[in-house]
Design a protein around this ligand. Structure first.
Ligand SMILES: Nc1ncnc2c1ncn2[C@@H]1O[C@H](COP(=O)(O)OP(=O)(O)OP(=O)(O)O)[C@@H](O)[C@H]1O
Length: 492
């Protein structure tokens, strides 16, 4: 098999951080090749180099044996490689058609909107993407947006696609549809590089895997016959056992209550009560209403009916600061929008909820803020230069840990976490689940909303939602098969 893509001896530094230290990858023509590694190992940095967004300090990139184009020649790069990024590059305020033809002004001086819409429809048909070309991109689901990105990527003619954690925000059935599409692309001879923290996906969809650890290449092997333990050990540098959920002893006191909650188009008639020392899960497919419900509990959404009580205080609907004052800590679904301020430092982001408390008379003492931030960086193992580094410079998984730190910093009475381990590596996942259980042992009540069965295993009971209603309460001890059947509405 000939080599389609090769990066050799790549070095890339950002100030004091060496993101890639002589690392490389070789991807054969037509294969789906996984790139895995812990948060901050250098995967996204390699992506930016393979897509021509950054120049390596040393080393080289080749496509089909030819040296990569000059950095400024964007069109030449687009013909060679396309990327579906972790963070959507679709612009919500534009239509699907406009998004598809963004940055192609060179094709004509004046824009003929009618022709553009027709071409957009044609392109969507070619790639079997069932969305309306005139719809606003902001109204699409995560899955639909991703399909538009794939269609756009392929329309430039690239035969090499990079998918950077594409499943992090998809539910089970959507992941299956993505995999079916990837298989059909592969049958058409398209080469793919696949980045994911879900190793089961790597085994399912990829033929080979490359592991990076601490900015270096440590292993490349065919997936078939590679033991799971060996792969994890290559990533972490040590043997890592599966996370063991702990037993909790819930108290009588209810710390979070939702009564008669309804929100048109999202969920109806939900009552729930979470006790101190208890972890309650919310599970269901993308259309189940679980995220909308959780966002109502934390004040990101206002319900049409019903009340939310946090730690004994009935909180004004849709008022996040009020919920936080009442004792709530939360991890939102979309860390880029509600989670952190990229230009502010790790320390400022992580200690934001206690800003009022640090120092006397409302002034924040930088020394105390720093000390608190350093404690969290240590306990959550956040890979950063230090509390002063802007969060925007961190790797995706490490930024997620900062959001987690912010949720925990004020010792919340109630913790609501939505897809808390999205984008974090196997070992970090254990640290984050452990941090939730620590908070619960200190007397917090927690709600874990997740598409990940592993996250739900720490729950004392899981409320399963289906089309906006809680259809079943499943106590601890469920099997994967049993829970998935209820989530998909096969069994009630
Ligand atoms: N623009 C930047 N400025 C400073 N440091 C950066 C920048 N981009 C990346 N880094 C650093 O380079 C290292 C590698 O980051 P990278 O994003 O490549 O990791 P990753 O393997 O993709 O991680 P994740 O799994 O969390 O997405 C990290 O320590 C990160 O903080």
């Amino acid at each position: 098999m000939s080599t389609h893509v090769e990066a050799r001896n790549v070095v890339k530094r950002f100030g004091p951080t060496t993101a890639l230290d002589g690392a490389g990858i070789t991807i054969a023509e037509g294969e789906t090749h996984a790139l895995v590694g812990r948060n901050g190992a250098g995967k996204s940095t390699l992506v930016s180099i393979l897509t021509g967004l950054q120049r390596p300090d040393e080393g080289e990139v080749r496509f089909s044996g030819e040296p990569a184009p000059a950095l400024g020649d964007r069109d030449a790069w687009r013909r060679r490689v396309a990327c579906v990024y972790q963070k959507s590059t679709i612009i919500p305020a534009l239509t699907v058609a406009e998004n598809l033809f963004l940055n192609r002004q060179s094709e004509g001086r004046t824009i003929n909107w009618r022709a553009l819409r027709a071409r957009a429809r044609e392109l969507l048909d070619t790639y079997e993407v069932d969305v309306d070309a005139q719809a606003l991109a902001g109204d699409l689901s995560v899955e639909q947006r991703q399909l538009v990105e794939i269609a756009r990527a392929l329309s430039f003619g690239a035969r090499f696609i990079i998918l950077d954690e594409p499943t992090a925000r998809l539910d089970g059935p959507a992941i299956e549809r993505l995999f079916a599409r990837m298989r059909s692309l592969r049958e058409q001879g398209v080469t793919m590089m696949y980045i994911s923290h879900h190793l089961d996906e790597v085994y399912e969809i990829c033929q080979s895997v490359t592991v990076f650890r601490d900015a270096r290449h440590v292993l490349t092997r065919p997936v078939a016959g590679l033991p799971h333990d060996e792969l994890v050990a290559a990533m972490t540098g040590e043997a890592t056992a599966a996370y063991e959920a702990r037993q909790h002893t819930p108290a009588e006191r209810v710390v979070l209550e939702g009564a008669g909650l309804s929100l048109a188009g999202r969920y109806t008639g939900v009552d729930l009560a979470v006790r101190s020392g208890e972890v309650v899960g919310l599970a269901g497919s993308a259309s189940s209403g679980k995220v909308g419900l959780a966002e109502t509990l934390v004040g990101l959404r206002r319900a049409d009916a019903g009340t939310v009580t946090v730690n004994g205080t009935q909180v004004r609907a849709g008022d996040v600061p009020a919920a936080m004052r009442a004792g709530l800590g939360f991890v939102p679904e979309d860390r880029h929008h509600e989670g952190f301020v990229p230009l502010l430092s790790v320390g400022e982001n992580a200690t934001f909820p206690i800003a009022r408390k640090l120092g006397r008379f409302g002034t924040v003492s930088p020394a105390r803020r720093r000390a608190e931030a350093e404690r969290l960086i240590g306990s959550l193992d956040i890979k950063t230069e230090g509390p002063d580094q802007p969060v925007g410079d961190l790797s995706g998984g490490n930024a997620q840990k900062v959001v987690f730190a912010r949720a925990l910093v004020d010792d919340p009475a109630v913790l609501v976490v939505i897809n808390p381990t999205a984008g974090v590596d196997v070992k970090a996942k254990q640290a984050l689940l452990g941090a939730v259980e620590d908070a619960v042992e200190r007397g917090a009540g927690a709600v874990v909303v997740s598409d990940e069965l592993d996250d739900l295993r720490i729950c004392d009971r899981v409320l399963v939602m289906f089309h906006g209603r809680v259809v079943k309460e499943v106590p601890r001890g469920w099997s994967d098969h049993e829970l998935v059947a209820v989530m998909e509405g096969i069994e009630e």
